[in-house]
Design a protein around this ligand. Structure first.
Ligand code: GLN
Length: 484
């Protein structure tokens, strides 16, 4: 098997058995990146020297017998994660050439275990988008059909896994940005419960919604990555101090007797027929495996997208105030201080980011604060309550990830509302703060991957992984590969 086709678990066995060194594996990955990158465009920055130096160190660690599952494994991460000494743009011109002085905790944890950084992945600017088209560094193409979007905002993270440019990647999810691209690119993506993984050093979009998570080839790798990432971080006061389970040992528990809820608001008319049949087949598979299905309701689902676009934009308008041309990134030439602020921001931000700063500023302005921001917070509580009530009767929920498979590049760029509706099934999970996972569950008639979403209780990641693994053992969707 080619190195770039391997999972973390495969490559770990090969490294430990000395069939291959990490330097050889890393070199093979770098060659693979170079050969497919012109067609895919997953990366903003490739870091060959950093990668080879880390691989060399990993080989010494492996030789000394001090080897974790991630030691020597070549990974790539979204360009939203700060990496000490390595350019971090967050997909924005305003951070072009920004070199962070420290690293995100999540990346640091992986690096300390010996993981190798191949580079920084393309994304929508400041993680605002569902198609990767708002990046200032060019579009990323879907490896299954390069005329289609890979999803967003972690589009580069999903495309790199699908195009076999990295063994696994890291993304972030504020309203669906791990799950939706994972679904469109046929990989596994997990958004942990809010507080499960540190957000320290992750460039903030909407701080009450953002979470870090892995994108992988299969569920077993997802368990390995989550276990490495999870845990309390004194540098992030919102990270929670609850013990990290052994996620890998949860995998084989099966689904017999598990109660899975089907929220009726997620199985609506207008769902793409291929998505609909993939969901029906998945339900059948789970039934066969011994799970029990229960019809449930999440009555405030209709309000989720509107609520999200008030809360997320309000938080973004505040978080993005720091990009003023003084402390970070792009600074425009101007005669006065005010002109310098205005010009730097006008030149540095793209149009989607500007739209959201304006929306958020409006929602927070004194005359409208109660009518929009406060109201949205109240509705958020109702949405959370929907989940709490429904989870009294079920262990998990099963839904589609997105209403359609990947759409064409350019199809929705001029229609923000249509673009926002891509996340209709993923956004409620972020508002509720709970965890969810996207799994490969079939293909459309035109050969595009379709994902299945499992939603878990807060800190119920073990159940997600257990149910995901059982599905994967019973199906072969995750073994198919994009022909790129
Ligand atoms: N597509 C959603 C948005 O544009 C979600 C993005 C995300 O999860 N970062 O805000």
């Amino acid at each position: 098997m080619n190195v770039f086709e391997m999972t973390i678990n495969d490559l770990h066995i090969a490294l430990k058995g000395k069939q291959i060194s990490s330097v050889e594996a890393t070199s093979a990955m770098l060659e693979r990146i170079e050969s497919v990158e012109p067609q895919v465009g997953s990366f903003i920055t490739v870091t060959p020297e950093v990668a080879l130096a880390a691989a060399k160190e990993a080989d010494q660690r492996i030789a000394s017998g001090n080897c974790h599952l991630l030691t020597g494994i070549p990974l790539a991460i979204k360009d939203i994660f700060l990496t000490e000494g390595i350019r971090t743009t967050c997909g924005s011109r305003i951070l072009d050439n920004f070199i962070p002085p420290y690293s995100a905790t999540s990346w640091e944890k992986l690096r300390n275990l010996g993981a190798v950084l191949l580079g920084k992945l393309n994304q929508d600017e400041f993680a605002m988008g569902s198609s990767n088209e708002s990046s200032a560094y060019g579009v990323t193409r879907n490896p299954w059909d390069t005329t289609c979007i890979p999803g967003g905002s972690s589009g580069g993270s999903a495309a790199a896994v699908a195009a076999r440019q990295a063994i696994a990647t890291l993304g972030t999810d504020t309203g669906g940005s791990i799950r939706q691209p994972a679904s469109h690119c046929g990989c596994v993506g997990l958004k942990p419960t809010y507080g499960r993984v540190s957000r320290y050093g992750v460039i903030a979009y909407a701080s009450s919604l953002d979470q870090v998570g892995p994108l992988t080839r299969d569920v077993a790798d997802c368990a390995v990555m989550l276990e490495a990432l999870a845990g309390h971080d004194p540098k992030d006061s919102t990270s929670v101090d609850t013990p990290v389970p052994d996620y890998t040992s949860a995998l084989k528990r099966g689904v017999k007797g598990l109660k899975i809820g089907l929220p009726k608001e997620y199985f609506i008319a207008g769902l793409d027929p291929d998505v609909q049949s993939a969901m029906a087949a998945a339900i059948e598979t789970y039934r066969r495996l011994g799970a029990e299905f229960v019809d449930i309701t999440l009555p405030h689902t209709d309000y989720a997208v509107a609520t999200y676009y008030l809360i997320a934009t309000a938080e973004a308008s505040s978080n993005l105030a720091r990009y003023d041309g003084v402390r970070f990134g792009h600074r425009a030439e101007a005669d006065s201080l005010l002109d310098m602020y205005t010009k730097s921001r006008s030149e540095g931000f793209g149009s989607e980011v500007k739209r959201r700063i304006m929306l958020g500023t409006y929602a927070l302005s004194s005359g409208y604060y109660d009518a929009y921001y406060v109201k949205a917070q109240k509705v958020r509580t109702l949405i959370m309550d929907d989940f709490t009530k429904a989870f009294a009767d079920v262990d998990l929920m099963l839904t589609p990830v997105a209403p359609t498979p990947a759409f064409k590049i350019g199809e929705k760029v001029n229609d923000p509302l249509q673009m926002y509706l891509s996340d209709i099934f993923t956004i409620p999970v972020n508002l509720a703060g709970t965890c969810a996972m996207s799994l490969p569950a079939g293909f459309s008639s035109s050969g595009l991957p379709i994902g299945l979403q499992l939603i878990g209780k807060p800190f119920g990641e073990e159940t997600l992984l257990q149910a995901g693994y059982a599905f994967e053992q019973a199906t072969e969707w995750h073994t198919r590969k994009a022909t790129i």
